[in-house]
Design a protein around this ligand. Structure first.
Ligand SMILES: [Zn+2]
Length: 282
């Protein structure tokens, strides 16, 4: 049966803000770094876009792109979900990392992608986070990790949960070398990721309005049979209760990271002459 004819509006021209319901012109939204101009809602963004927003022009070299997960529990349909995740997110796994330069400071940068199976942490995400932290320690560079995750990946069961201990141990090893570790929590940063490497930064930053918490508000209310006050799981609530250090709008994130890196990791900035060469970020 043929589709009924409709007024011709090119697809992808407009996008509705999920918070204020305003209809946003996509090109304007992109110019605004995918922040709603009406209510300042910060849309989720992909890794390539995030990297392009944060690093000096072209200064990112991805590492270990070829790491792929096994299916240790023989979990039904896991392989198909991975295939769909790759198609949706446009990358092999839910996290990428590599060498970057942020405001002139050589840095190890890792970025999670919520579009890949909810940013969930399985063996590969955990391994890449660990390698990013270990690279910072080995090369004497600061590490910046941008988080977005619903938690551990259930399809890998206990192997996923083991990544919490592994990444937390890597954080401790990085700190023992005296190198700076900055976390950027984006919407959402929750569960096993928040309960491991995402809350262990020397400085923990969050984007405005980001959902930040261990168990979600609905889960808490249903299990404890209580009513939570509004806004308990927002970045602003966590800031007011001392759980994070800064809430930084996306437009100011690059400048803020640059200042923190310059102030707190100046030795590595001055000493590192082998900064990564320019690599295109598409
Ligand atoms: Zn809005």
């Amino acid at each position: 049966m043929s589709e009924p004819s409709r007024p011709s509006v090119p697809p992808g021209l407009w996008q509705k803000c999920p918070k204020c319901r305003a209809l946003l012109y996509v090109k304007e939204l992109e110019r605004n770094l995918r922040v709603c101009g009406q209510c300042q809602h910060h849309f989720q963004i992909g890794t390539a876009e995030r990297i392009a927003q944060l690093v000096d022009e072209g200064a990112f070299t991805e590492l270990d792109d070829g790491l792929l997960p096994a299916n240790p529990l023989d979990f039904p349909d896991y392989e198909e979900k991975l295939v769909r995740g790759r198609a949706k997110a446009g990358q092999n796994e839910g996290f990428i990392y590599g060498d970057a330069v942020i405001d002139g400071v050589p840095t190890v940068l890792g970025v999670a992608n919520f579009a890949f199976m909810g940013g969930s942490m399985g063996s590969v995400v955990g391994e890449k986070v660990t390698r990013a932290l270990e690279r910072g320690a080995d090369l004497n560079r600061p590490v910046v990790l941008v988080c977005a995750s619903g938690g551990a990946r259930m399809q890998e069961g206990i192997v996923s949960l083991m990544q919490m201990a592994k990444t937390a141990a890597a954080c401790a090893r990085l700190k023992a070398t005296g190198n700076l570790y900055i976390v950027v929590m984006t919407d959402p940063t929750t569960a096993g990721v928040l309960a491991s490497f995402a809350s262990l930064g020397d400085i923990c930053i969050a984007e405005p309005g980001a959902l930040v918490g261990f168990a979600g508000p609905r889960v808490i209310e249903q299990n404890l049979k209580i009513k939570l006050p509004p806004g308990t799981h927002t970045a602003e609530f966590q800031l007011n209760h001392g759980m994070i250090d800064l809430v930084v709008p996306r437009r100011e994130l690059r400048t803020t990271l640059g200042k923190l890196l310059s102030y707190l990791a100046p030795a590595t900035a001055a000493a590192d002459v082998d900064a990564p060469v320019a690599v295109a970020v598409d």
